[in-house]
Design a protein around this ligand. Sequence first.
Ligand code: SF4
Length: 410
Amino acid sequence: MKVYLSTFGCRANHYDSEVVRAVLERGGAEIVADPSIADTAVFNSCAVTAEAEADLRRGVRRVARLRPGIRTVVMGCASARDPEGVRALPGVTVVFAGAGGARVAAAVGIDASGAPPARQGGTRALLRIQDGCDEHCTFCATTLARGANRSRPVAELVTEAERLAEHHPEIVLTGVHIGTYGADTGVSLGALVDGLVRAVPSVRFRLSSVEATEVDDRLRERLAAGDGGLTPYLHAPLQSGSDRVLRRMGRHWYTAASYACAVERIVRDASVFGLGADVIAGFPGETEEEHRATHALVSSLPFTGLHVFPYSVRQGTAAERLSERVNGNDVARRARDLRELGESCARAYRARRAGSAADVVVIGNRAHRSGLTEDDLSVIPTDDALPRGARVRARLELTDGVLFARPDPL
Ligand code: SF4
């Protein structure tokens, strides 16, 4: 059986699709990149923005056009939010919310037994440690789609990480709200990371996205250790630098001041540290002054990059009912302001890193070989002979704004 597998959205979704790929391949299926020769199509959908749901609809229609009569299975967040709408798309025979290698296998008539994959498609492996979220940010559709926080057992994660380490130099710990890992089982994220780093010393672990105020002392020490176990990198969603806007977003667990305090506490002991954040521009009710407060807060903290999202209305979210919409031109201008700020932070950090040493993992295929440092800098390895997946110590050199990684002589 030939199966076309298409994934939209976050790392948690990509992890779930890796599990589906492994289950199908173990069951004898062949994963094909061309839907026109596929017997079945499987889509792992996303609902984080209206655009993501539109991408799914376009993808399903295209497959039905290219391969009339194909059976299509749709899983993921858009299926959870609008099952009837998804079921109405051409060729769709099975729709279910969330993840599920076994459910996909059952839907296409394949035996689904066996463990998650030991080898994934990318150079860096993904490991989903939890699912769902107990918070209710007013703009967020994900929490509606993925349900409450559910943490995977430590022993299961250690076993899976050991298997992944045989094929991957880096493992990215992901989920929907990983900062609340263990809130339902009594094991903190810091304890999990400690356990993983000790049990699997041959790889480096990276945290995907963690709320700054959810980093406990144990995790902070790991982040600052600089021993190659956990990368000194944090992507800590900020969303806004205005307490009033944070309250309208339902982000009750931090203020601008407590966020800044948490970040300063985390990065103060680290000589090398990559710090990113998500920021929403133009949230309903945001004034020009509050936009400037966000800009000022970002400027005051040691960010090395920024993900900026112009606010987009999500049907069915609480924010959809909020008044005082910011007009489109102001939303676009504010997003541009923040992106420019993020880029200048990134440029300044690359310049500061030039001349210093880095722990580089070589990623990408032969045509697009690049490297990723421990603090999440994208670099160009100067040695073309380095194979994909190699992990080397290197010296960083900055030329025309581009960082090159010259491996240290052995
Ligand atoms: S913390 Fe907020 S934005 Fe993140 S998944 Fe939960 S509800 Fe959504």
